[in-house]
Design a protein around this ligand. Sequence first.
Ligand SMILES: NC(=O)c1ccc[n+]([C@@H]2O[C@H](COP(=O)([O-])OP(=O)(O)OC[C@H]3O[C@@H](n4cnc5c(N)ncnc54)[C@H](OP(=O)(O)O)[C@@H]3O)[C@@H](O)[C@H]2O)c1
Length: 259
Amino acid sequence: MATALITGATAGIGAAFARLLAARGNDLIVVSRDEKRLTATAAELAEAHGVDVRPVAADLTDDADCATVATHAAEVDLLVNNAGMALRKGFTYNDLSDEERILNLNVRSVLRLTHAALPAMAGRGRGAIVNVSSVAGFAPTSPNSTYGAGKAWVTNFSQSLAPVAREDGVRVMALCPGFVRTEFHERAGIDMSGTPGWMLMDADFVAETAMRDLLRGKTVSVPSFTYKLIVSGIRHIPLNWWPTLATQGSKVMRRGYSR
Ligand SMILES: NC(=O)c1ccc[n+]([C@@H]2O[C@H](COP(=O)([O-])OP(=O)(O)OC[C@H]3O[C@@H](n4cnc5c(N)ncnc54)[C@H](OP(=O)(O)O)[C@@H]3O)[C@@H](O)[C@H]2O)c1
């Protein structure tokens, strides 16, 4: 059976990938920082699905930890670069160390793990990499935020690698969800109480759609018809409208309200 490595496998979208892949009989390597929760997650998955689940506790913003995870990434058939974070305040109100942390997790760890996995997969003539990006990467929807810029990088990076990787038998896909019910916003301290229910998807639906789109050979997966429409709308907005739209749409990030 194939082995998958999933970063951020203890919560939200990563946990949904872990459940889905384990239920399909894949062995797993699961990565996150909280060792106790990670060990419990691994034991639950192994018990429920009769597969081998190896926990690797690592902080992917840490160079040495990331290097350790990269050695595991070189051995697997499917890599899901999922761990990610957001910041509540705007760029000009954040410490540089916070901005570097989000860059290291959302961008640099994706680069490093893909760099370890892709040549190894290509050498074996098979494999797949799913990089979890976001609808937020399609346009500068949040003023004064670097989150969308990082996700734009993840999507573009995945699209750039996909055609050449395919020649070597490896699929690379960017997964670009809209809002998903997970711990993500709460961790960042972002209030989602005003977000209408129809804008929030379930993590299991997102993971299932991603695996279906990967099998279909897509290079970009946008789960749900609603978000496909939203993305199509976003991509047709003239570039010079964005400063006005974004300023009107989100005064929160602009102010850095919790300063
Ligand atoms: N939720 C949304 O609305 C949404 C929308 C679009 C895209 N996304 C993207 O989807 C991905 C997953 O988000 P989610 O909503 O599932 O988040 P989540 O519920 O907050 O889960 C995050 C997971 O990542 C792990 N993690 C966080 N920081 C880490 C670090 N430095 N090193 C290693 N592991 C780390 C967490 O475990 P530990 O805390 O134990 O490390 C946890 O397992 C992210 O890339 C996010 O940008 C989310």
